[in-house]
Design a protein around this ligand. Structure first.
Ligand SMILES: [Zn+2]
Ligand SMILES: [Zn+2]
Length: 331
């Protein structure tokens, strides 16, 4: 096992080195940005991790989607559009870039606090000998970040303007393995900044953050896949499954979205259902729900609201909803 891991890591390093020297470095120097060569080398690594993720997801989940789908894909263009979101988000490595941008800032604050005798908090030092074991600290960080992610997600459903943006994610009625990244870019930016600040505040190192983000993203893609998969009575309570998250996307039960504020909802947890169980928002059901937003439905159930088909149209309509819902809340 260790051998396989080190072989894969070696291979990864070689490909990264080759890609950097053959493609990235010439472009960087040609553009007169030689001073940023080190950052470009790191960027090459994130790009490659994104490529590996996408290939892995495609190889594992596409056959499963063909074999045990929840529904027949009626809108292939919508799925293709979700794939575009995934490429933009994962190859562009937004989440990680933001962490690396904020890192020097936090270093400066830490140094300043140090001068005043205040030492920064680090989760790994909580229980020496246990919490500093690599795997334990990794899981601990994942759990703590997930707690904050749960509350971010609750907020997206709680505040009208925020729901205006997040409803884009919920408007996919042909949910598939690429749908996790179908989000408003403004919402992505807010979430990435929020999580990066928390990660830095609890002592996550840059190398760890890259792995935490990659692990979390792969699991979230699985949750959105069009597959009849659940993890059994116990498993459903330990890790968010495709069935569990699909219920969050169900009209009426998972979220309510008349555009006039939050009316409750279930299964907000991002990775670990424990947060839904603790805060009483968990709902375990055996069916696989249809997904969408109520106001997308034709009258009389909805208003046949258009969420857009193409990327830019969806982004533009998201901004419009944000303003519209915020106004509705204050009027
Ligand atoms: Zn949601
Ligand atoms: Zn989702």
């Amino acid at each position: 096992m260790v051998n396989i891991v080190s072989t894969v890591a070696d291979l990864f390093g070689q490909v990264q080195g080759w890609l950097f020297e053959a493609v990235v470095q010439p472009i960087v120097f040609h553009a007169g940005l030689g001073a940023f060569a080190e950052e470009a080398f790191e960027g090459t690594e994130w790009f490659l991790i994104g490529v590996c993720e996408i290939v892995l997801l495609f190889l594992l989940l596409r056959p499963l989607e063909a074999l045990i789908p929840v529904h027949v894909i009626t809108d292939r263009r919508a799925r293709w559009n979700d794939f575009l979101y995934t490429v933009i988000h994962r190859l562009g490595a937004f989440s990680i870039a933001i962490f690396f941008l904020l890192n020097p800032l936090v270093d400066r604050v830490t140094a300043e606090l140090h001068l005043h005798g205040i030492e920064p908090f680090n989760l790994e030092n909580l229980w020496p000998g246990v919490t500093d074991i690599a795997l334990v600290s990794f899981l601990l960080y994942l759990l703590v970040l997930d707690f904050f992610d749960y509350w971010y997600h609750r907020a997206e459903h709680q505040f009208n303007w925020w729901w205006g943006l997040h409803s884009l994610h919920h408007s996919q009625r042909n949910m598939n393995l690429w749908s996790d990244d179908r989000n408003h870019l403004l919402d992505d930016l807010l979430r990435d900044m929020y999580l990066a600040v928390i990660a830095l505040a609890i002592g996550v190192e840059p190398g760890q953050y890259v792995l935490l983000v990659a692990a979390s993203r792969v699991l979230q893609s699985l949750q959105h896949a069009n597959v009849r998969v659940h993890f059994g009575a116990l498993g459903e309570r330990l890790l968010v499954s495709p069935r569990y998250h699909r219920l969050h996307h169900a009209i009426g039960i998972g979220h309510e979205s008349s555009g006039a504020g939050s009316l409750g909802g279930h299964n907000f947890a991002v990775l670990f259902p424990v947060w839904d169980m603790v805060f009483r928002t968990a709902r375990f059901e055996s069916g696989f729900a249809q997904t969408g937003v109520r106001d997308q439905l034709p009258p009389p159930q909805g208003q046949a609201r258009d969420y857009g088909k193409g990327f830019w149209r969806q982004q533009w309509l998201g901004l419009q909803r944000m303003v519209e819902y915020a106004r509705k809340a204050t009027s």
